[in-house]
Design a protein around this ligand. Structure first.
Ligand code: DOR
Length: 429
């Protein structure tokens, strides 16, 4: 456990309505004080955060770490390094590993591997055995082993009865049920959004309704069961509307949006770069605008990367054959920050969506710099402009369509338990 004094930064902490130039003192790994003019004491490392924005450590509630089973794409260690470089102090990893995290042995394996990482890694368990959608996974024993939610992400639970049972059962543990909303029948063999562009590009389309029918179904089932439902990677204006209406009715549903769905439209698929192939697919400008509006008014509670590493052999193939997904941990910040710079989303709302909101959904004690909280802090320079360079990624995979993008907002320091686990200046030295 470490001692750290972060001086002169603009501290934005929505959990205590704080937005001021202050110093943050962390002693023995916990936040000890936040006020101006704290003097350094012997044995306390000092970080100069002048000109930077200092926030509670960012929580990414949706990553894929690929271990066990696909460690050529990512390991828990490489994913944790990528997270730290991207400013994230806590990440939750999805269950679509091999074997699937559908039992306490895999959950314990993940936590054992994560114990040597500087980033806090949380495991999300599967809803159904083998992600097959037929039988519930060992949810109770995985809960005892430490899972923070359940999801068949990457494979939607198609059977409404099984989904109802999962929602019912989740209440016993107050676990959030995270829905990857895509109806297999409607999606068919679609590889991009169904619309004018899929016709123009000659690729099979996946209609927005494929997502929206599952969002609507799961909202109805959440109402029926009283369980906590979270919609992963919301991509359509219709889903945002459904979420907004459900929330107004008091149904316990939350939602997240990814950097790519907030930035790109299906126009990006026009160069057949397989790094644009993602599930759910990139949509249209009306959807991007609705997502941004949803983040602004809180209908979209959380920002989440859906970091989905894939190797070159799975991406350098025909569009139809390529794997779905793109990496996100190391590029997320400037795209989230852009919502404030260019789209008028208040900075405090963005920070909330990166910290307090995902922590609350997962039920983890993170996302706040209140005295006594864990000393997890993310510090970024809001003015720094640069180009994304995928060759610098810590991730084992580089499947991003954003290579070379000019962006603003750079992670300077990432801190967990008062220990600096990433420093941009040490990187470039
Ligand atoms: O594009 C995606 N890739 N979406 C998902 O939901 C799963 C992910 C993966 O595991 O590669």
């Amino acid at each position: 456990m470490s001692n750290l004094l972060i001086k002169n930064g603009r501290v934005v902490d929505p959990s205590q309505q704080m937005d001021d130039t202050l110093d943050v003192l962390i002693l023995d790994g916990k936040v000890s004080a936040i006020q101006s003019g704290i003097d350094a004491s012997p044995g306390v490392r000092v970080v100069d955060a002048a000109g930077c924005i200092v926030t509670p450590g960012w929580v990414d509630m949706h990553t894929h770490l690929r271990d066990p089973g696909f460690s050529h794409k990512e390991t828990i260690a490489s994913g944790a390094l990528a997270a730290a470089a991207g400013g994230f102090t806590s990440i939750a990893c999805m269950a679509n590993t091999k074997p699937v995290n559908d039992n306490p042995f895999v959950t314990s394996y993940i936590y054992q591997k994560a114990s040597s990482c500087d980033v806090n890694v949380y495991a999300i368990g599967a809803i159904t055995k083998g992600l097959e959608g037929k039988q519930l996974a060992e949810i109770g024993s995985m809960f005892e082993a430490g899972i923070v939610g359940i999801s068949d992400d990457g494979a939607t639970v198609q059977d409404s009865y099984i989904m109802r049972k999962a929602l019912d059962y989740s209440r016993k543990f107050d676990l959030v049920v995270i829905s990857h909303a895509e109806c297999t029948c409607l999606k068919g063999l679609g590889v991009m959004n169904e619309g004018v562009n899929s016709t123009r590009f000659g690729l099979r389309g996946n209609p927005k309704a494929a997502e929206e029918v599952i969002v609507a179904r799961d909202i109805l089932l959440a109402e029926l069961t009283g369980a906590r439902l979270h919609i992963a990677h919301v991509s359509t204006a219709g889903s945002v509307r459904l979420l907004r209406e459900a929330k107004a009715k008091g149904i316990k549903v939350t939602g997240e949006a990814t950097p790519h769905h907030l930035i790109l439209t299906d126009d990006a698929v026009g160069n057949y770069d397989t790094n644009t192939k993602v599930a759910p697919p990139l949509r249209e400008q009306v959807d991007v605008d609705a997502l941004i509006e949803g983040v602004k008014d809180g209908t979209i509670d959380a920002l989440a990367t859906d970091h989905a590493p894939h190797s070159v052999t799975e991406k350098e193939v025909e569009y139809d054959l390529a794997a779905f997904g793109m990496v996100g941990l190391e590029i997320a910040l400037p795209f989230y920050y852009r919502l404030h710079l260019e789209k008028g989303v208040p900075l405090s709302r963005i920070v909330e969506a990166m910290t307090t909101a995902p922590a609350k959904i997962l039920g983890i004690p993170k996302g706040s710099l209140k005295p006594g909280a864990d000393g997890d802090v993310s510090i970024f320079d809001p003015k720094s402009e640069y180009r994304i360079d995928k060759t610098t990624f810590k991730s084992k995979s580089r499947n991003t369509p954003f290579d070379g993008y000019k962006v603003q907002g750079k992670v300077r320091f990432t801190v967990t338990g008062g220990k600096v686990i990433y420093s941009a200046s040490e990187e470039t030295r």
